[in-house]
Write a protein that binds this ligand. Structure first.
Ligand SMILES: *Cc1c(COP(=O)(O)O)cnc(C)c1O
Length: 376
């Protein structure tokens, strides 16, 4: 690729076709997909409901500004929100976190936000400033002021939460940061400290949400009730979309003219999200939980004991296999590709697995067998 800024280190093939949970490249090689893009195509590459929703919308109208009523936007918002919540639609996870940052500051009338080391919230100035990874921020300063950082799962964070903060932002499972799951008690204590001090709790569900852990939102596994939730990735199954959900009481801070985006809430993206959310039923989520249980059983009995594996972390179908220094995760990924399996990496030499949620037990098993073979 000679005409594109090399912001990505790309593998030397082009995935030109997708079918169900398989992808085919420009050399006609077919791969089993353990990536879903990066946690995006949870319903795979040929979901009929999403496809027909999008095609139907394509035939009517693709885009019109946000200057008019939009029934489909309100319908998708209703599918996402509880009665005490409202949604704002945008086009990416970065933008959802940007909206959350702005809403929190404006509503609370304070500027400081506490975020966490190894967290990832995006690459715009606002969301990058919330991202606890110096490699991502390097060379781009000065960043947005008044963002503080603490260690994830560390009780010192609790001492930093007082009334000077507008908000705390966190992922309940740090995705890019190495697929680390937060401790139940730590999360409950963070939420309590936020409540006690008038600090908003923002939970970034961009990667962990929309069924990835067998719940609509990963924070449900911990019984949390955030003030603001951000979403993107799997919400549109590949059509660009982001969403911020906030408590209705914040309505005054996001009135006409306060925030906006040309494409946010685009009807094509809404049609796609409607197809996703329509299928995210309690029965579907129960199936994800059941197949996850089998996957974790296999991870614990067959992958964790391998000499090169130090730890297996995650929840549901969001999985991190942590490799020791004898293996390089990128070399492992290349070897898995040779064997016809696509996987991802995360920070700290972690092999990250985000298979489509529709993948059946046999295929999940088959992928794990290939991983086992290569790690051996
Ligand atoms: C991917 C990701 C983002 C950024 O989303 P984009 O759509 O790439 O802007 C933000 N937060 C988390 C947790 C993510 O995984």
């Amino acid at each position: 690729m000679e005409h594109v800024f090399p912001t990505y280190a790309r593998f030397p093939f082009d995935l030109v076709k997708g079918e169900d949970v398989y992808l085919t490249d420009n050399h006609d090689k077919t791969y089993l997909d353990f990536t879903s893009g990066i946690g995006v195509c949870s319903f795979g590459y040929s979901n009929e409901i999403i496809q027909s929703n999008v095609q139907n919308q394509l035939g009517k109208i693709w885009h019109i500004s946000n200057l008019y009523e939009s029934q489909i936007q309100d319908d998708v918002a209703a599918m996402l929100c509880d009665d005490d919540q409202l949604a704002f639609f945008c086009n990416s996870g970065t933008e959802a976190n940007e909206a959350a940052f702005k809403l929190a500051r404006k509503y609370n009338g304070k500027t400081a936000v506490l975020a966490f080391n190894n967290g990832f919230h995006g690459r715009s100035y606002g969301s990058m400033s919330l991202t606890g990874n110096p490699d991502i921020q390097k060379g781009f300063g000065p960043l947005v002021p008044d963002v503080e950082f603490a260690d994830y799962n560390d009780n010192e964070a609790l001492e930093l939460i007082d009334s000077h903060l507008a908000a705390v932002i966190l992922e309940v499972i740090q995705g890019e940061g190495g697929v680390y799951v937060a401790d139940q008690k730590w999360l409950t204590d963070i939420q309590q400290a936020c409540h006690d001090n008038g600090v908003l709790l923002i939970i970034d569900e961009v990667q962990s949400g929309i069924g990835r852990t067998g719940k609509k939102f990963a924070f449900e596994n911990f019984g949390l009730k955030p003030d603001i939730i951000t979403l993107a990735k799997a919400l549109g199954n590949g059509i660009p979309i982001g969403a911020m959900i906030g408590k209705k009481e914040m309505i005054g801070a996001f009135g006409p003219g306060s925030h906006g985006t040309t494409f946010g809430g685009n009807k094509l993206a809404m049609a796609s999200a409607q197809g996703v959310l329509q299928q995210l039923t309690p029965e579907f989520l129960a199936e994800v939980q059941a197949k996850s249980a089998k996957v974790w059983q296999k991870l614990e009995t067959e992958i964790l004991p391998l000499l090169s594996v130090t730890e297996v972390t995650g929840m549901g179908l969001m999985i991190g296999i942590h490799l020791d220094t004898t293996l390089d995760v990128n070399e492992v990924i290349t070897k898995l590709q040779d064997k016809g399996l696509l996987t991802l990496s995360a920070k700290h030499n972690t092999l990250r697995l985000l298979p489509p949620l529709i993948m059946d037990d046999d295929k999940l098993n088959e992928g794990l067998d290939i991983i086992k073979e290569i790690l051996q």
